[in-house]
Ligand binder design. Sequence first.
Ligand SMILES: *[C@@H]1O[C@H](CO)[C@@H](O)[C@H](O)[C@H]1NC(C)=O
Ligand SMILES: *[C@@H]1O[C@H](CO)[C@@H](O)[C@H](O)[C@H]1NC(C)=O
Ligand SMILES: *[C@@H]1O[C@H](CO)[C@@H](O)[C@H](O)[C@H]1NC(C)=O
Ligand SMILES: *[C@@H]1O[C@H](CO)[C@@H](O)[C@H](O)[C@H]1NC(C)=O
Ligand SMILES: *[C@@H]1O[C@H](CO)[C@@H](O)[C@H](O)[C@H]1NC(C)=O
Ligand SMILES: *[C@@H]1O[C@H](CO)[C@@H](O)[C@H](O)[C@H]1NC(C)=O
Length: 595
Amino acid sequence: MKLTLAAFFIGTAVADQLASLGKYQVFEKLAVAPAPWIAKKDGHVDTDLSFKLRIHLKNQNIAAFHQKVFDVSTPNHVLYGRHLSRSEVNKILAPSPKGFVLVQEWLESHNLAQKSSVQNDWIVLEGTIGDAEKLLQTQYELFENTETGKVTARTLAYNIPASLHDYIDIIAPTTKFSTPSPHMSTIVKDYPAFDTKISASSPSDIHDGLDVVACNTTITPNCIKALYKFKHFRGSRRNGNEIALAGFLEEYAQHDDLATFLATYAPEANGSDFKTELINGGKNLQVSVNGTQNTGEANLDIQYGLALAYPTPTTYYSTGGRPPENTPYEVDNEPYLEFLTYLLALDKIPQVISISYGDTEWTVPEKYAHTVCNLFAQVAARGVSVFISSGDSGSGSNCSSIDPGKLQYTPDFPSTCPFVTSVGATFHVVPEVAVPFSGGGFSNYFPRPEYQDGVVDEYLSEHADPAFTKYYNTTGRAYPDISAQGVRFHLIVTGQDGQESGTSASAPTYAAVVALLNSDRISNGLPPFGFLNPWLYSRGADGHTDIVGGKGSGCRQVNGSGFAAVSGWDPVTGFGTPNFKELQDISTGDDSDES
Ligand SMILES: *[C@@H]1O[C@H](CO)[C@@H](O)[C@H](O)[C@H]1NC(C)=O
Ligand SMILES: *[C@@H]1O[C@H](CO)[C@@H](O)[C@H](O)[C@H]1NC(C)=O
Ligand SMILES: *[C@@H]1O[C@H](CO)[C@@H](O)[C@H](O)[C@H]1NC(C)=O
Ligand SMILES: *[C@@H]1O[C@H](CO)[C@@H](O)[C@H](O)[C@H]1NC(C)=O
Ligand SMILES: *[C@@H]1O[C@H](CO)[C@@H](O)[C@H](O)[C@H]1NC(C)=O
Ligand SMILES: *[C@@H]1O[C@H](CO)[C@@H](O)[C@H](O)[C@H]1NC(C)=O
């Protein structure tokens, strides 16, 4: 629900406080745009362009809130499984009322209160770029990404009144340049019809229902179900359990491709479909009605998410990030903020969400990353498991950092947020090994959460190659947490059978396994898992096949760099890949007398 700010503050006496807002002071400032962005010399920003400026008021009680999220997610804690409602979350985190009053005064002093609304802890100004420039005493400029050619309007520095500095943590879009990209690479498009795709090469190649020869090279839903041992489990469509796949950047999931995929590769789910929810002007155009769209990432997510979690009801969230006008440059690409605030405003959020997008951590401003991670913590508090692909460049194919002279592994955000579950990639089946592109590493922004202490210490002391520890932050949140297959997934794109690879395939695969485990829990009268990691790092680890072969790639500037998959947890495959039967036993307590 939207409330105009003016209405929200009826009756609040503010006039006498106007003077107290204080002088404008710099709030955020960058020396230069982060590489690969450069200022466009001949660029000109149209100040009449509509522009959505989001002002986030600092939450109160953040540390206590984080503790609460861990408590409700930690097995054996008295609060385990007692997830919070929307109003309970808001009550704990509510920003100081004084912050709202001051921001109101500030907007009124520029005659902008009528264009503003309150959305939870956000104040959203729907005005023009000119309005934002006036409010922030700055000028937006055009910047170009020299790798992708994308042009965006941002500023290198802006100011707000001194008295507001204590109450606001971020204002966006301002100094954040990066936008997340899909973690997917296309291996083969328009792949010719593949006769051997379902039938086995010979009966002796089938072990435990797994076609070891076919699944060793390309992946279908049957490969995953046999490999991860859930061929015979059937979840419920009617117990309230749900799974959702998140889409950004005009990636559109196709209904007719899904229908072909299911008929070909998942006949038991033939005829099922997904529901679409559109956020912030997002669309889900169908190629058949509107020419060529980007569908590779969205189709991969929806085809595997739906087929593997079948019959769990499935939603595709398409979040837009551009103004309605056909502008030649981006002004408003803040997909996580839009997506997460939308979710948090729902009374019921799907229990499992998979996100196959990410970005190099250092290109995301630190305060921004913390704000987004706190939103993920709120989603976690609500009893939702969020799975994020760990990235497709190993420890970072190009060592780089905000300091151009410094070589550093490049961790991926939001995998580095300690309130999400990060999913790495494997390939082959006999044995299943780490794939070199599988992203992993250590955050420079988020300290290591307690739930990781034991296993990550053990990795660092017993397995990490001391020659390379200087390239990463051993005190940071380590990822991925777990992994799943990620190479040569058959899928249907514009009617053709193709294959795609990436941790983009691994995230919906693992998410679907957890959706089915949730279905089993709910049908057994247990709450859904919610935030999975505290459970994973205590009980769940044993329900995985440890991956001990293969190595993640390192950066090209440092020979031999990168992390290897070793016994126990490692920053390439986490604890390994799921064994549904064992996870199911651990989850519903059938193993309780073993511990
Ligand atoms: C699976 O692929 C790997 C790597 O190519 C190979 O070493 C192994 O022998 C293959 N296994 C089977 C059963 O084809
Ligand atoms: C899938 O459903 C369609 C129409 O509902 C039907 O024509 C087709 O034969 C079915 N395919 C399979 C493999 O069940
Ligand atoms: C096709 O795309 C155009 C431009 O993006 C849009 O204006 C139009 O509404 C779309 N048509 C359909 C049927 O989705
Ligand atoms: C990799 O880093 C070097 C310098 O550190 C830079 O010149 C180059 O453009 C980067 N390449 C990519 C693909 O990021
Ligand atoms: C390493 O991580 C810690 C904890 O998150 C952080 O405080 C520190 O700034 C990081 N160091 C570097 C060099 O980024
Ligand atoms: C890295 O290895 C390549 C060949 O594999 C070699 O040419 C290069 O000199 C090595 N660089 C360093 C810094 O050792």
